[in-house]
Ligand binder design. Sequence first.
Ligand code: FAD
Length: 504
Amino acid sequence: MVSKYPTSSAPGRYENVVHPDRQLLTGISVLIIGAGVGGIMSALECWRKGHTVRILERSHGPVETGQFKYPHILSGMLIYGPRGDFFTVGPSAVKAFRNWPQLAKENEELAYDPWVSYHKHTGEVVVKPSGMTWDGSRGVAPSRLYRHHRPKFYQMLLAQLAAIGVQVEWDHRVIDYYEDIEAGKGGCILDSGEKLEADLVIAADGLGTRSHKLVVGRKIEARSSGYAIYRTAYPVELALADPQVAERFKMLDNGHSVNEIWVGPDMHLIVWRSQDLMSWLITHKDDGTATESWHDRTSIEDVLTFTAKIPGWPDIMNRVIKTTPEGGITDWKLMWRDPQSQWASPGGRVVQVGDAAHTFVPSSGNGATQAIEDALCLASCLQLGGKSNIPLAVKVHVKLRNDRVSCCQYMGFVNQETYQHTNWDAVTQNPDAIKAKYGSWIWAHDAEKYAYENYGNVVLSIISGEPFENTNTPPGHVPRSWKIDELLALQKEGKTLELDGDWS
Ligand SMILES: Cc1cc2nc3c(=O)[nH]c(=O)nc-3n(C[C@H](O)[C@H](O)[C@H](O)COP(=O)(O)OP(=O)(O)OC[C@H]3O[C@@H](n4cnc5c(N)ncnc54)[C@H](O)[C@@H]3O)c2cc1C
């Protein structure tokens, strides 16, 4: 199908662009709250599966973390350059784009493919740069990374949404959710007092979701995970103006950039010089001053005061930090909510996806990836269940997703432990032990196919009472509930986090 629709975020961009044929209309109306990655991908996939989609967002327009105003090195004139940081979109989420030709093309064009090296916090190399290698042997491992500049990725999704004729309704802040089981409707209340309803409401309103009161019967505030992250990205020319930084952070001869991961005592750093951007992120203990806002800025001096306390920290990284434009660093509080088994309201008319359902620490590399998997699974379950079985379809979706997501969340803490409480004896014997775990149970997963293959089995298990066992978790792993406090207590005692089953 050729798009006939103009796009507000990228005028003209999608004229004559081919997008997927829509599958048979289901008559299911879906109202999505929040236009982050989870919300937009839910909108795209629900549209593709034939559901009717409406999407609301509290912001005035696309969040502009994408532009930086800074003085040009030579002329001193104020010019604009890119800002905003990065995330990696995992292979299981990239699979979503096979159904979206334009997204598949742009994903290849926009994504960076850095090589990765590992270092001690002194800068000493532990593992030399190499292309991303994925653990495990199930399926053909992808050969590259899809590291995305967050604002560009977001714009890419928004433009595709506009191309199919779905416009985000900006300036719509939801303050509460409800459901009317008898009428078979989910609903939300806007700050204007207006009530909106649909066959299913998808709460994709992120970490601070207002849906918990309805879903679990009480408000669950996200709390500090104990860590915060200094994060920034800015035009690379600012960094390269320091000759020592330019010399130290060169592109590789093969054209790839190098993403360096430095591990240290209760902290780790990711520093990456790409073709056009310099980016560094330091995960550190939260002293209570970090916030969760792009608007609160931290000074270079504050970061240097922190690095001054790290024994052996090399001057070159302080030089990098000093190249950051003033006002360009955010000290982002890493918030956490323990894994919860309930993501849907009692009557199944409101369901959470993405960060609203599950929080992640960044070292899991999976928050956005799992939000996209949620979208693929939920849209498919709704299609399979049909309009008369929405609560059942939602129940099946949660069953198919919950154990897997809990494992991904746990993996984030295991990776963080590897980086910040490194077992140097193990690394001396096998330097690869320093690498984060991304096993084939995670990257080889196909959330859409899994939903199609297992929907009937879950329905059968609900009817018969026989247990259903997911196969999208590490083989041999027995799902169990856990809490962050248990993990932090183990860490405090110097114990390692257990991995039962095969996480490779
Ligand atoms: C430092 C860092 C690094 C990360 N790295 C990675 C990575 O490498 N790979 C990865 O997969 N993930 C990564 N993540 C996680 C990823 O960014 C998030 O998990 C993902 O963006 C969540 O998407 P979401 O759509 O669920 O929520 P959000 O992106 O938070 O979107 C929620 C949307 O809802 C809107 N909203 C909120 N409240 C309301 C309301 N009341 N009414 C209406 N609208 C509302 C918000 O304005 C927002 O647009 C990282 C996160 C951090 C902090």
